[in-house]
Write a protein that binds this ligand. Sequence first.
Ligand code: ADP
Length: 318
Amino acid sequence: MKLGIITSGGDAPGMNAAIVAAARYARSRGIEMFGYVGGYRGVIEHKTVDLAKTSFRGALGRGGTLLYTDRCEEFLLREYRLQAYDNLRSDGVEGLVAVGGDGTFRGARDFFADTGLPIACVPATIDNDLGYTEFTIGFDTALNNVVNAVEAIKDTAESHGKVSFVEVMGRKCGNIALHSGVASGADFILVPERPFDFEELSKKAVEKLEAGHHSIIFIVAEGVGKVSEMSVRFKELTGITPRETSLGFIQRGGNPTYADRMLGVRMGATAVDLLAGGCGAVAVGVRGGEIFDTDLAGALGIPSDIDQTLYDLAPGIV
Ligand code: ADP
């Protein structure tokens, strides 16, 4: 048997663990594996790497993705998906492992509908915005990056008695903001999934300062808006000039944590197992520490939301 693997969409630390584990596990089962370089674009443009001949020394624990990744508008068109299928078939590939986020999953669903080629999707995105799985690969590493950065900001904010707005990634999802905000003891956490009254929160921030807090940290999910605009509004409301930091791509980089490596390894190997067992279009997930698989279309139908239990606890603990 021969399988293909891609990493697609936004990169996430731990993607390499999934690639390495999938390739090694496939090899141990006598399955050949081809990597396609740069996501769906690499399949369309027929850019391959024979993973049987690739050395993975040191790769498992590195951030980024050794197969590279890209966004590919063409893959939204059926004619290019059929081109991709022809390339895979000409290589003798009988199933594809697609490692990526919700866009990658939607592409996989359409690809399967067009071609019937078995496809196993592995969730890898720092945003943790796929509703069917408790965690995605890369989320834990991004959180550690954010918590470390917020603590650095806090040190200097506390020394100078400053209010700081810190913008974190997540696209439309507030999971990075919520989890990092709780873990770093931020004063206020703003997420797009729940309404908030900015005027009221600004008033509360001033009250906290008057009550003796020397600094205030707002963690703002990017889906809520720009911290640059929020800072201006805060100054208008309170007369206080805040600091603003957009953490940017630093959140996505660095070596993956143990949790993300383990998730990558377990999910990568599971995807190979599923394809070897004759699956259709499936998504691999994790819940309560257990890896599971589910129908891809069904997985995409489950909306993403923040962790409500954590959100309810947050006002009491941050
Ligand atoms: P992520 O996988 O991280 O969510 P994107 O949303 O950019 O990243 O999606 C990755 C790629 O998946 C896109 O560049 C495109 O090639 C493909 N894709 C996304 N949505 C679709 C779709 N509806 N149909 C076909 N392909 C899609």
